[in-house]
Design a binder for this molecule. Structure first.
Ligand SMILES: [Zn+2]
Length: 62
């Protein structure tokens, strides 16, 4: 039971389940991209992490 421990995304405000170990490559890339930008990858839902990952792909894919 998670109860009140459900995290909330700081970007879109949605509650999400922290799904450790089940991250897609794009999600992982989003985290790396955030960290390289000096930002905390925490408190983001998988959807927003993926969105940032895709942006990172575009930025690095020149
Ligand atoms: Zn989100």
């Amino acid at each position: 039971m998670r109860g009140c421990a459900v995290p909330r995304c700081r970007k879109c405000g949605e509650q999400y389940d922290e799904d450790e170990g089940a991250r897609s490559p794009v999600e992982t890339l989003g985290e790396i991209f955030l960290e390289s930008a000096g930002e905390e990858p925490d408190n983001l839902c998988p959807g927003c992490r993926e969105e940032i990952g895709v942006l990172g792909l575009l930025a690095f894919g020149e």
